[in-house]
Design a protein around this ligand. Structure first.
Ligand code: ZN
Length: 429
């Protein structure tokens, strides 16, 4: 009976709600030079470092610098230690399915090179995501909004409006200066932010902020007078952490107000960091956001990454707040068992129309495929446990998988309306 669920998952057009995919031109001209580089381009290299691999070895793997045998030998002991982690599992899936490699070795990696060369030809990235991953669409955070438009299919590749810098108490000159926007005081900061939204919000799929990498998620309202003084310190270059926090809180409030005005969800990074050796655990808890969620009931907040490792907070927050949604992007690869637990608790505690279950959160189309297949395996296992416990019928499990992998994202991000609007936008064709 579980076969029907597997067939359903295999055939489903998943809405991929979060990636950092490199643009077509970057993938073709500066993508991973060889298969070893592709396999360890992103998250898995961080587990290798945690396991004891030298940073220099990882740099040579990613840049494909030097002899392949030597590069592989330098990371192989660490690979043996992490091959069963979620990141390691995704590497094994890509090696097996994309490159036909069952066991990583230098000769196997070399023999598979032609497949990567084929995938890096123009147009192959899009074909792979559309036809092999079978995504309905992909939502990308590229930090800088593509401007001018990068030539990608505007009804398949959607982009977030990046808002991490203002939320962290920084003036985002990389966003503002190209638009001719200058910040000298709080009034000009507000005008620049409004102009930035006016330029990109109509084409964006969401507002995205990952300020948890730079500060606590705790938020409080700040007056214009407080923010004016904090901004002056930031502009002078002598801002304290408290100044940045104050300006960040003020900016985040303005960003949420503009997201409401442009009818965009606000995606907020919660939980774990992608890099190594810098994470203060106490400031990444999703529940620290509660004052912001209470202040803006008319916003749509999407809490990302299951707040790992604070997954237990997520169903409670979605259950309590009508303006809060959860997105399990990246979570399956960080900790599949915690994510299974979040889904099972969610099914039995929170409205299932507010859960989105997949985004690979990665840079390459090949890695995205690995995380997709990994998610399908663990989500199926989760739903099969519910069926075995007698709490779900198989047809209910199939309905839930459609909701969390497609329908909810299409509704929360208003994807059909966005597709129609983008198809009609002359300036991006
Ligand atoms: Zn991300």
């Amino acid at each position: 009976m579980a076969t029907d669920l597997k067939m359903h998952l295999d055939g489903l057009r998943v809405a991929d709600t979060h990636e950092h995919l490199m643009a077509e031109k970057t993938w073709v001209e500066a993508g991973p030079p060889d298969v070893l580089s592709d396999l360890f381009w992103h998250y898995a290299q961080k587990d290798l470092i945690s396991a004891g691999a030298a940073e220099g070895s990882i740099k040579r793997v990613v840049a494909a610098e030097g002899d392949l045998e030597e590069r592989w030998r330098a990371i192989e002991p660490a690979w043996q230690a992490i091959s069963l982690t979620g990141y390691g599992e995704a590497v094994r899936i890509v090696a097996r399915d994309v490159y036909g490699i069952e066991e990583l070795s230098a000769p196997a990696l070399r023999n598979a090179q032609a497949k990567l060369t084929d995938l890096r030809r123009p147009g192959e990235r899009h074909r792979f995501l559309r036809d092999v991953c079978q995504y309905d669409h992909v939502q990308i955070n590229q930090y800088m909004f593509p401007d001018p438009w990068d030539g990608s299919d505007p009804t398949f590749f959607f982009y977030d409006l990046s808002y991490a810098a203002p939320s962290s108490g920084r003036v985002p000159r990389d966003h503002f200066t190209p638009l001719g926007l200058e910040v000298t005081d709080l009034a000009s900061m507000q005008r620049a932010t409004e102009a930035y939204f006016a330029r990109y919000a109509p084409r964006a799929i969401a507002v995205k902020t990952q300020h948890a990498y730079e500060r606590t998620l705790d938020w409080k309202p700040r007056s214009d007078a407080e923010a004016e003084a904090a901004l002056a310190s930031v502009l002078r270059g002598d801002a304290t952490d408290e100044d940045k926090l104050c300006l960040g809180d003020w900016c985040l409030a303005r960003g949420v107000e503009l997201a409401i005005a442009y009818d965009l969800p606000i995606k907020i990074h919660t939980g774990y960091y992608w890099n190594n050796n810098v994470m203060p655990m106490s400031r990444i808890r999703p529940s620290l956001l509660c004052p912001l969620l209470i202040r803006y009931p008319q916003a749509r907040f999407v809490l990302m990454h299951a707040g790992y490792p604070y997954g237990h907070e997520i169903p409670a927050m979605v259950k309590h707040f009508s303006n809060v949604y959860a997105d399990l992007c990246w979570a399956w690869s960080m900790d599949p068992y915690m994510t299974m637990d979040v889904v099972r608790r969610f099914i039995h505690s929170a409205p299932i129309n507010k859960l989105m279950a997949f985004g690979g959160d990665t840079h390459t189309c090949t890695a995205s495929y690995g995380y997709l297949q990994q998610m399908k395996k663990w989500l199926r296992r989760t739903l099969e446990l519910e069926i075995a416990a007698g709490d779900l019928s198989e047809s209910q499990a199939i309905s839930i998988s459609t909701a969390v992998l497609h329908d909810n994202a299409m509704r929360v991000f208003k994807v059909p309306q966005k597709k129609a609007a983008m198809a009609a936008t002359e300036s991006i064709k």
